[in-house]
Design a protein around this ligand. Structure first.
Ligand SMILES: [Zn+2]
Ligand SMILES: [Zn+2]
Length: 374
């Protein structure tokens, strides 16, 4: 049980990882929050997306879930006694397919207002993958080389094309601004896991999307540089990509959650229930994630050793307990690149002309994380 809620009840039982499950949480001020597990349409290790439905001033749903799982969301909503048509507000925590995959369908069927980070609609015309993978630095060029050599390029499926096409037609009715308060909600723009991530506090809880998760460490974005067509038409306040991407940005955003303190309970978009148990954390969970990345930075420096090492070998040494191939290898590479970029900016390593990683002998990263996180 958790001290952040008055009651937790199971409306519908599910499997060990929560598939099929519907919960009813009662907040300290007696607001009933329904939580619906919406499973992914692939074998993603993150498990189902947990979609939250409750009545504040308007009936609100946070994160409808993955593409192709709209019917599961619909069945879940039926269990709550509400109808899809009654939903008045949809909040998207960020623009990943396991969160906004079925939003177009939900908007069509409910007529609800769509709320999302102000930058979300500016990024909608583009494929987030194209933005992230532009090889605009030596390390990202090296990553592109490894990806091509290993043939781990992600498939460009028809389902993904239609997801992106549906997204492009979305209209955000309420672009969420930094530190915006609306009724009992306070919104925070917290990029890092994605450029358009928001978290929202309500009644002693914080809905964290993928920014803060129990059990697992969310993936940080790599630094990026927008192509001219992305920057065109985007407000100047978003032109500095370091304010929206990269590990340093992610750590700064984690710090905001840490500051909410242990009295605030985390309502995550994944792993709320897993291995037959509920995972209720306080906002201090964000501290453990900062710690995880600090350790990983040290680990990567260690894995490089005294001689220049290739990105691929450092990645394989960092994840030596896993068999890296295909999508796994791709995820591991992007994770290592995000940390390499941080270490490069810290002055702890250099990327040589041949794309190798070489330590400089300095260990500034620790102090820099401290400066960001304390
Ligand atoms: Zn995500
Ligand atoms: Zn997710």
């Amino acid at each position: 049980m958790t001290t952040h809620l008055k009651r937790v009840e199971t409306v519908r039982q599910g499997s060990a990882d929560g598939r099929g499950m519907v919960l009813r949480l009662t907040t300290k001020t007696d607001v009933e929050i329904y939580v619906i597990a919406v499973p992914p349409d692939n074998d993603a290790l993150t498990g189902p997306t947990w979609s939250y439905l409750f009545k504040e001033d308007a009936l609100t749903l946070i994160d409808p879930g993955p593409t192709g799982s709209f019917h599961v969301l619909g069945e879940g909503i039926q269990c709550t006694g509400y109808k899809i048509k009654e939903i008045e507000r949809i909040i998207i925590t960020h623009g990943h397919a396991d969160h906004d995959g079925s939003v177009a369908q939900l908007v069509d069927e409910s007529g609800a207002e769509l709320w999302a980070h102000d930058i979300y609609s500016h990024l909608l015309p583009f494929d987030p993958r194209d933005i992230q993978l532009r090889p605009t630095s030596s390390i990202k060029q090296e990553m592109a080389r490894v990806v091509a050599a290993q043939g781990v390029m992600l498939p460009s499926s028809a389902a993904r094309h239609s997801y992106l096409a549906r997204r492009r037609r979305l209209e955000v009715n309420h672009p969420i601004q930094a530190m915006e308060t609306s009724g009992s909600f306070t919104f925070f723009q917290l990029p890092g896991h994605s450029p358009d991530h928001i978290c929202v506090t309500f009644d002693g809880l914080v809905f964290t999307g993928d920014h803060v998760l129990p059990e697992i460490s969310p993936h940080p974005t790599m630094k990026t540089q927008y192509a001219p067509e992305v920057k065109q038409g985007m407000p100047a306040r978003y032109h500095d990509e370091n304010q929206s991407y990269g590990l340093a940005r992610y750590l700064r955003s984690l710090k905001v959650i840490v500051e909410l303190g242990e009295d605030v309970g985390v309502m995550p978009a994944h792993r709320l229930f897993n291995k037959n148990k509920l995972n209720f954390d306080s906002a201090l969970r964000a501290e453990a994630i900062i710690q995880h990345h600090t350790e990983r930075l040290g680990q990567i420096l260690e894995r490089i050793g005294n001689e220049p090492a290739s990105l691929e070998s450092v990645t394989r040494r960092t994840f030596e307990h896993r068999k890296l191939a295909g999508r796994n290898l791709f995820a591991a590479l992007t994770e290592v690149v995000a940390h390499v970029e941080f270490l490069e900016d810290a002055g702890d390593l250099e990327v040589t002309e041949d794309g190798l990683l070489r330590r400089t002998g300095r260990d500034n990263y620790h102090r820099i994380v401290q400066e960001i996180a304390s």
